[in-house]
Ligand binder design. Sequence first.
Ligand code: W6P
Length: 406
Amino acid sequence: MKLTRRLLRPFSSVLAHKLEHYACMQPSSLSMQEYIDIGRKETATASFVFVRNELLVRLANIMKEMTFLPAKLLSMPSVGRVTNWYYQSFEDLLYFENADVDCSTVNTFNDQLQVIMKRHSDVVKTMAAGLLELKNAGGISMSREPSIQYFLDRLYTNRISKRMLQNQHLVVFGSMLPKSPHHIGYIDPACDVAGVIKTAFFDARYLCDIHYKVSPGLRLKCINSLNPGKMIRVVSVPSHLYHVMFELFKNAMRATVEFNPDTDSDELPLVEVTVVSGRHDLSVKITDRGGGFPRTNLGRMFNFMYSTAPSPILRNDSEPAMAGYGYGLPLSRLYTRYFLGDLVLAPLEGYGTDAHVYLKAIPFEAAEVLPIYSNSSRQQLTTSIETNDWSHHLPDHGCHRSDLRV
Ligand code: W6P
């Protein structure tokens, strides 16, 4: 059977040894400034040498964590497909480990990177399918669910970081085209934040109009606290910002429309956005009057396992494109946290919701947050927390561990 063969794919002892070797090395976190400097000053061969090693390290670190996932999860067909992609890519990259550092190697390497990027393009979708398979197979002990959330946060952060690295290399030193000539890979050194926000808003509004025939308008306020009156421009990854804002706007619009039935578009309460650039932070507040939600729901809105459930409360299958509450919110928060920003929801139940997005405004400070394989992460993955030592669950835990409070 095809599946069995895949699951039993031979993994040579050489490869196993290399995996241990690279998993012992710590990923190097780069700041936005360092990414820009590499793009501007480095040579293709120097970038190759760095990316070759760093990708192997980042791959090995997360692959090592995968091996400690609950056996039942690992045995799900879709999860097996994902893990095989990782082993395949690790092997593909090892091929370059001792290659001559010259133009021809760099060209072959770049072609291989494109293949790897494509191979991994459906990781999120396929892992989601794997979680659904797990659920349909009777699920897993509640006490192990926090381990899965912990792992998925790290898997997707690791994935965001590798795609950043690969993309930067391929745009600057390969044949991949940037979105605009002044971009350095994914990075826009003078990102027009308000422009990205408006684009995300009108794209979300377009979907909202299709699904509900109505949609709320936008009130956008921009405050450049350092240079009053001047446009806000920061070093940023516009595609990440777009992804986050688009997700938040879909949620805000859906809530606004559903909380105000039989209301024309021009009567719906506006979605209000405030953008403020400070010395350290770029802050965005998105205020909707969509009725908010109870504070106790906060944790589950960022929970991958919970969001996998085709739950009638959170899912409406007749509205796939505006469904919201899928993986959109947890992934968006990972995008913001990846460069040391954050995403926080503050509901006012019965009235509306404030969503805050924070990004680092200083490119030296905007450094990658990367998962590092260690004894501690292995413990998080393998320990089940059965007993809750608090009388009640508090909002924002989102899971069953009492040891998460800081
Ligand atoms: C809601 C639920 C939500 C999630 C994310 C952003 C805004 C909103 N508004 O009611």
